[in-house]
Design a protein around this ligand. Structure first.
Ligand code: MIC
Ligand code: SF4
Length: 646
């Protein structure tokens, strides 16, 4: 028998179609799903359209954590909709205030060796516990809830060998920042990042979760740690010792590629504005004046993170020019820091405490002041995501955040002159699940639909020829935040595609929606890694609603490409990247004989404005081609249902 990686062991145990060969399409069985409110309403509207009486998974959880500001009726209506849908279809409902989905899921539901599909790009967080946990569009999650397999390109496995031990003032955050420094935001594309080696045991599960969480920023399909004695301690402390199973790679497992990180040599790192891979050592930017510090988000808001922050702040003051916020990742974390006295350390020092939610991470409040620096323990610092267009957001560990809060400038915590702080996981976490509503038995529930909840628009089948203008030419690394921004103003419209589509490309070119509507059908051209970041399917659904038929780019990020196909937009890549330079906004492009091209993988593109032609690639699997011909996944499912005799 060949020695297997942990990744392939779990994938093999869940394989329902295809073979485990990197680059091939495989289908896997999904044991658990999670949704959050910002993507969840769409996911459940689509699930409802499938007409299935109950979810078919072992466990499905619906969280409310993103759209928590209730400045109008919209978010509150969505919360009621989600709760009623959960009750009807056999889904656990984590109420607003119970915490961020990835924090709560790891505390209460994650199980080593299982698969999890979540409508959020940071779903891989649960990989810290030995799961294969993947982020996807809401529709893919809805389909998994219906018991159907999840299809993905079988990834390569990037083995990260950890040696040495984490040094004082270094954290899990520095491990993942180091990988981002080396590999960039494209470094994980098409890969699962698997951690192994003697250094693993020196990392607490909290550090592991930070690392798997931010593997999303590498563009990786997911990241995974073995399930070992520290995983066991964590599950036991959560009162879930029964869920523990040992899982790891076989001795001598073959990886497609191996990179080694020696924890002994790691130092505190920081990602500079405005990309998670613009990583330097803290010392390189020390002295930069800071006006805001935020600790929280699904990356770093655990009990261990907040207790560390509290001990660093104990008996001290937040610098008078710094506004510092802390967000406990879950109600469990919140209750525990109150019980253990850390809460008063934080308040006394002058920190502002926010409710357990995504909050400032998704631009729901705490937009920084003009031209000032914000240091955050989060995972993304894409320009404008904080709510301030020209923001200057740095990303670092909670330790580096507190050092900045105390001194008013970016500071290496090793220079603070205080004893390093090491918080071990408690023997027993405080388990009090009163904010998790279990599914009801009878299912006799009326789904509550507020006026902001509009039906999901369906795409049209892909025609054999598309002739349309290029409405926008973007550069590299365009994020789904660029395509479909979030923030307090736009997020409440997630259940209303006609309304949210008015904000497509808002920060890139605010005239886009108007021009798209006027054009009827259109094409978007982009650079490499197009659609990185958030899993939001609205970044495909809203452009589709505005008439975008084809997106032609140098390369795509995984989740966004899948979302485009799910919503009937054809993803095409340049065969020769130089052809990108020959296209300007306003050019009329013609793609002919598309149905044949979807089979052969090549399409001839005529630039009617410039009188040039070039070859581009479609590279679709037969399943994907079928979806596009059907007008997207939802149309395909509806057509299948209509054809099945009752
Ligand atoms: C994010 O971090 O960008 C989000 C908000 O959690 C998204 C999901 C969304 O847009 O609703 C994600 O990461 O998938
Ligand atoms: Fe929420 Fe931020 Fe985590 Fe996304 S990255 S799930 S917005 S905390």
């Amino acid at each position: 028998m060949v020695a297997q990686s942990l990744t392939y062991k779990i994938l093999e145990a869940h394989l329902v179609s295809g073979t485990l060969k990197a680059g091939e399409e495989i289908g896997i069985r999904i044991d658990q799903t999670l949704t959050q409110d910002a993507t969840g309403t769409m996911a459940y509207l689509q699930f409802e359209a499938m007409d299935i009486p109950k979810v078919q998974t072992e466990l499905s959880v619906s969280y409310v954590d993103h759209n928590m500001l209730q400045t109008g009726f919209e978010n509150a209506d969505d919360h009621r909709y989600l709760q009623s849908v959960a009750a009807k279809y056999g889904i656990y409902f984590s109420r607003p205030g119970n915490g961020i989905c990835h924090q709560v899921h790891r505390e209460r539901f994650a199980v080593p060796g299982k698969t999890l599909l979540g409508s959020d790009s940071h779903t891989p967080t649960a990989g810290g516990l030995g799961m294969i946990a993947i982020g996807a569009g809401g529709l893919d999650v809805a389909v998994a809830m219906a018991g159907e397999p999840y299809f993905l390109t079988c990834p390569k496995v990037l083995g990260v060998k950890l040696t040495g031990t984490l040094q004082p003032w270094c954290a899990g955050k520095d491990v993942i920042l180091e990988l981002l420094r080396q590999r960039t935001v494209k470094g994980g594309v098409g890969k699962i990042v698997e951690y192994f080696g003697p250094g693993v045991l020196s990392l607490s599960v909290s550090h592991r979760f930070t690392i798997t969480n931010m593997g999303a920023e590498l563009g990786a399909t997911t990241s995974v740690f073995p399930s070992d004695s520290r995983t066991k301690d964590f599950l036991e402390a959560q009162g879930r010792g029964d869920a523990w199973v040992a899982y790891g790679a076989d001795e001598g497992a073959a990886y497609d590629e191996v990179v080694e990180i020696n924890l002994d040599r790691l130092e505190p790192l920081i990602a500079c504005p405005s990309s998670p891979d613009k990583v330097v050592s803290v010392r390189e930017v020390q002295g930069t004046v800071v006006s805001q510090v935020c600790i929280g988000s699904c990356t770093n808001s655990s009990y261990e993170d907040l207790a560390t922050a509290a001990l660093m702040l104990r008996g001290k003051q937040v610098h008078p020019n710094v506004s510092m916020t802390l967000t406990p990742g879950s109600k469990q974390v919140f209750e525990m820091i109150v019980r253990d006295g850390y809460f008063s350390d934080l308040i006394t020092a002058g920190a502002r405490i926010l409710e357990s939610s995504c909050g400032p991470c998704i631009g729901m409040g705490q937009a920084p002041a003009t031209g000032t620096v914000s240091v955050r323990s989060f995972n993304r610092n894409f320009k404008g995501r904080s709510g301030t267009s020209e923001d200057l957001v740095y990303l670092s560990s909670p330790e580096v955040c507190v050092a900045a809060a105390l001194t008013g400038k970016i500071t290496d915590p090793r220079d603070l002159g205080i004893e390093p702080i090491q918080i071990e996981i408690p023997d027993q976490y405080l388990v009090h699940d009163n904010m998790i509503v279990p599914p009801t038995k009878d299912g006799q529930v009326t789904v509550e639909r507020g006026p902001n909840i509009k039906p999901v628009p369906l795409a049209e089948p892909l025609p054999n020829e598309v002739k349309a203008p290029v409405l926008l030419v973007t550069g590299d690394d365009i994020t789904t935040d660029h395509i479909m921004p979030a923030g307090a103003k736009v997020l409440p419209l997630r259940s209303n595609i006609p309304a949210i589509s008015e904000f497509v490309f808002m920060r890139v070119d605010p005239t886009f929606p108007e021009r798209a509507k006027a054009a009827g059908k259109s094409i978007v051209v982009g650079g490499s890694n197009y659609g990185q970041g958030s899993s939001r399917e609205h970044a495909a659904l809203a452009p589709m609603y505005l008439g975008v038929r084809i997106v032609l780019v140098k390369s795509f990020a995984r989740i966004h490409r899948a979302n485009l196909i799910n919503f009937g937009i054809l993803p095409v890549t340049f065969a020769d990247e130089n052809d990108y330079d020959g296209i300007t906004q306003g050019d009329e492009l013609q793609f002919s004989d598309l149905h044949q091209a979807m089979k052969t993988g090549n399409v001839t593109v005529h630039n009617l404005t410039k009188g040039t032609s070039f070859i581009a690639k479609t590279d679709l699997t037969p399943r994907e081609a079928q979806l596009l011909k059907a007008g997207g996944l939802l149309s395909e499912i509806k057509a299948k249902k209509a054809a099945t005799p009752v």
